[in-house]
Design a protein around this ligand. Structure first.
Ligand SMILES: Nc1ncnc2c1ncn2[C@@H]1O[C@H](COP(=O)(O)OP(=O)(O)OP(=O)(O)O)[C@@H](O)[C@H]1O
Ligand SMILES: [Mg+2]
Length: 471
């Protein structure tokens, strides 16, 4: 719907709810339009961009509620209306994109709507209508969020699993986890190091009927071969030198619950034969024992190795492989999860900032770019560690690629003077605003620039003085 149709009645109460926690991004290279819009929303946090790329970067770090997108710029700068709108909607499908269409270009309005824009606006600016349109979009977004909270529907996480992911790849993993957790099927989790195998194993247990019973994890690669058997199966007194008393193994300790066999690919062949009996008959024998002891457990295994290749190389028993892989869940590497890097990075940032009582506000655009380019060999664990280290080491309010240790990944190392000047400028702004606690007059005095110049600099570096206000 646009300003050309009859707008629904707007409740004045709802207008008052719009405040500076609501973020609007304006992307337009039309100086006149930006100047007019600047004065229209004193109560909102509005950021202005002349180009699409930096607007998308900042939107990835600080998801906006509404984007006012100049369609002319989208056509020139981003290779099309659909591509430009897609950049924002991929970050969060609930962002409201309002397409700003020049006079006499009505056909662009319908392509914008077809590409996912929630509304459109025909220039020239009418100071009464445009704010109404933006506030209505904000209200709709608010209602959608309330509705989602009421339904308890978290689109990015299954109930209490702690597994974050809005990419199609992770959504499909989450759906499988939900389905499989209600069964007793033996599950093999395949995935690179740090991709979240243990997290998924725990979620499978937590969401199962066995959740009130123990979850026992054992890393087959971390325990010496000689000890692994007794760790898993337990031993009788006198079974070997040093076995001064009877001891229960993980299979018995997990009674009624789940045993998580991590790095199953490293299990020695002798133990694989004993494990096969457990899987087939649900019976164990303690080391040095003579009787079979029935057990009631569910088995979940994980490995970063290629199990079929191990089978082919006769390092893993084929019969065990087939028994274990009743259900196989492949956890995709982080680089294959579109959009999840941003989501996880922001989540880990919030957590680290809280834990370390840090004043870090968010990621600078170069950090977002670097994180998107990087291939994350250590997957989610690596991302978590890099963000945590960056929060601890950060001098300023914004984490850049440098703090993440990823400066080389931004379009190759940038040695240009322009880049160096821009980095120095950002650092100076950062320090002045921190010293002035976000007070613009003091900051501009410290920097020796006028307030309008300071505004332009803040906009250029996508910084907000309010982030530096103490208390
Ligand atoms: N989708 C996710 N959402 C939130 N946190 C995650 C996600 N995936 C992994 N993590 C976190 O990343 C870290 C590594 O995950 P986890 O230990 O489950 O990986 P793994 O595949 O078992 O790694 P490894 O192969 O090294 O044992 C953990 O701190 C975990 O909480
Ligand atoms: Mg693990």
């Amino acid at each position: 719907m646009s300003q050309n149709s009859v707008p629904p009645p707007v409740n004045p109460e709802s207008l008052l709810q719009a405040d500076r926690s609501k973020r609007v991004i304006v992307v337009s290279d039309d100086d006149g339009f930006r100047a007019t819009v600047r004065g229209l929303f004193p109560e909102l946090d509005v950021q202005f961009f002349r180009r699409l790329a930096p607007a998308v970067d900042i939107a990835a770090a600080l998801v906006p509620d509404v984007v006012l997108l100049d369609v002319d710029l989208a056509l020139g700068d981003a290779g099309g209306i659909q591509a430009a709108i897609g950049h924002f909607l991929r970050l969060s499908p609930s962002i409201k994109v309002i397409a700003v269409v020049a006079e006499g270009q009505r056909e662009h309005a319908s392509s914008a709507l077809q590409s996912g824009a929630s509304d459109f606006y025909h220039l020239p600016v009418e100071p009464v209508v445009l704010p109404m349109l933006v506030r209505r979009a904000l209200r709709v977004r608010e209602l959608e969020q309330e509705n989602q909270a009421l339904r308890g529907a978290q689109p990015i996480e299954t109930s209490g699993s702690g597994i974050l992911g809005r990419s199609a790849a992770m959504q499909s993993v989450l759906r499988i986890v939900e389905k499989v957790s209600g069964t007793d099927a033996t599950v093999v989790l395949l995935g690179e190091s740090g991709s979240g195998k243990e997290l998924v194993a725990r979620a499978l247990h937590r969401q199962s009927l066995r959740s009130a019973q123990p979850f026992c994890a054992i890393n087959c690669a971390a325990i010496p071969e000689a000890l692994l058997e007794s760790e898993l199966f337990g031993h009788e007194r006198g079974a070997f030198t040093g076995a001064v008393r009877q001891s229960l193994g993980r299979f018995e300790l997990a009674a009624g619950g789940t045993v998580f066999l991590d790095e199953i690919g490293e299990m020695p062949l002798v133990l694989q034969a004993k494990l096969l009996r457990v899987v087939q008959e649900r019976v164990i024998e303690r080391v040095g024992g003579r009787v079979g002891i029935p057990i009631d457990i569910r088995i979940v295994c994980a490995t970063h190795r290629d199990l079929p290749a191990l089978v082919a190389a006769q390092a893993f028993r084929e019969d065990l492989f087939y028994r274990l892989s009743q259900m196989t869940i492949r956890i995709p590497p982080l680089r294959e999860r579109d959009g999840d890097v941003t989501l996880l990075a922001r989540f880990f940032l919030r957590e680290s900032v809280r834990r370390h009582s840090s004043r870090v506000c968010g990621f600078a655009p170069d950090a977002m770019e670097a994180m998107h380019r990087y291939h994350w060999p250590g997957n989610v664990r690596e991302l978590q560690n890099r963000v945590e280290t960056a929060v601890i080491m950060a001098d300023g309010a914004w984490i850049g690629a440098l703090e993440l240790g990823l400066e080389g990944t931004v379009g190759g190392a940038d040695f240009s003077l322009r880049h160096a000047r821009s980095a120095a400028e950002r650092k100076a702004l950062d320090r002045a605003l921190a010293v002035a606690s976000g007070n613009l007059s003091r900051a501009s005095a410290l920097l020796g620039v006028s307030r309008p110049t300071l505004y332009d600099l803040l906009s250029k570096h996508a910084m907000r003085a309010t982030d530096f206000v103490v208390g």
